[in-house]
Design a binder for this molecule. Structure first.
Ligand SMILES: [Zn+2]
Length: 379
């Protein structure tokens, strides 16, 4: 029997005061999910428990059966893989934000606040041919990657994540990195000079490299779980996870990794993958993005759309029995805009099978077992 996990990023939420304590999930209209709950089960689970960070990287790896000892320590390498790029063991990759500082030199934004996406693309073009020592790869918005020769001093430099360093002096935050390699020092000087022409009022823009990581070899999903799988997603980090685990990660043309994504395309590609693979994960990122913006209405509407535009046609047209889990990776609170360790809803069911199949899904291990260790449940 095939298995499909529909991962709605940041599905769980806090009670919304304006809705008398309802959450976006309970507020959303989801008759198809209710059908599955009737056939199977609805439980509340914390995927990260209290031992890993409540983030997509760790929680999705966990749901794909990867033990935490094998979790990569840094996102940059996975983001690079998501770009269909890789590095050799003699190179390394860093994340690189466009940040801004005030006239006192303090970090006021980690995301190039005040610049348009177009401006940040133009900057990226200027940086791409700056030096042969450092390759500049633009991802989107304020997010970029740097690829350079492996340098142990740079790798050991613990530059603080910019989003956790607001209000701190930028010169001090970057001091250690700047002296860790000559190539890095030259690069930062030259980019500072170029960025001066984007300055507005008292706002000074700079590049902020951090989170250096090198090639991380991860076990193949098929080897870990004994079945092959595909990962249908647009979010870069999740695409990187799929590539690192050597899963099929099909190209999507119209998906946006937000609530305006093309659900129809995701459905078509998911169906195609289910014909080829015993395990498919389809990831929807919009719910997490909406919650970060405190947009609980947008989050609830997105869950309603997934039910109507993805689940309804999928269930109507699937004739073979299919094992389905619908869950989030972590809770994203629309109240605080942050990830939490709280519990979120998990729906587990087997469709088109005669038996009423109530499961006891209490932990992430139960989810993994239900999806991948078929015989224990089919017996
Ligand atoms: Zn998030």
């Amino acid at each position: 029997m095939r298995s499909l996990i529909i991962l709605i990023d940041g599905l769980g939420d806090d009670p919304i005061p304006a809705w008398n304590g309802q959450t976006p999930f309970s507020r959303a209209f989801h008759p198809q999910m209710d059908r599955l709950i009737k056939k199977g089960s609805l439980s509340q689970v914390s995927i990260c428990e209290d031992d890993v960070t409540p983030g997509s990287l760790t929680c999705i790896l966990r749901l794909l059966g990867v033990p935490k000892e094998l979790f990569p320590s840094n996102r940059a390498y996975l983001e690079l893989l998501a770009q269909n790029r890789d590095v050799s063991e003699y190179e390394m990759v860093l994340r690189c934000n466009v940040i801004s500082q005030d006239s006192g030199g303090r970090l006021v934004s980690f995301n190039g606040m005040g610049l348009t996406s177009r401006e940040m693309e133009m900057m990226a073009q200027q940086f791409s041919s700056l030096t042969p020592d450092i390759e500049f790869i633009h991802l989107s918005g304020y997010r970029n990657l740097l690829v350079m020769n492996r340098n142990e001093r740079v790798l050991q430099t613990q530059t603080a994540p910019p989003h956790e360093s607001m209000g701190m002096p930028v010169v001090e935050l970057l001091a250690e990195l700047k002296t860790s390699s000559l190539a890095m020092k030259m690069f930062m000087q030259e980019t500072d000079a170029i960025l001066r022409m984007y300055n507005r009022n008292d706002m000074l823009y700079r590049l902020y490299p951090w989170g250096a990581s090198c090639r991380t070899e991860m076990p193949a999903f098929a080897k870990l779980n004994g079945i092959s799988g595909a990962l249908v997603c647009q979010t870069e980090i999740v695409r990187g996870i799929g590539r690192a685990l050597k899963m099929e990660v099909p190209e999507l043309s119209y998906c946006t990794a937000d609530i305006d994504t093309n659900i129809r395309e995701k459905l078509a590609v998911t169906r195609r993958m289910l014909e080829q693979y015993p395990f498919v994960m389809t990831h929807f990122n919009g719910a997490d993005e909406a919650a970060h913006r405190h947009d609980y209405e947008g989050k609830a509407d997105f869950i309603t759309r997934i039910d109507k535009e993805f689940l309804e046609p999928l269930l109507d047209k699937t004739d073979e029995p299919l094992r389905i889990v619908i869950c989030g990776d972590h809770v994203t609170s629309s109240v605080t805009g942050k990830h939490t360790r709280g519990k979120g809803p998990v729906i587990a069911a087997v469709t088109k099978s005669g038996a009423h199949s109530r499961r006891n899904i209490a932990t992430y291990r139960d989810i993994v077992n239900f999806l991948m260790k078929e015989s224990e449940y089919d017996g």
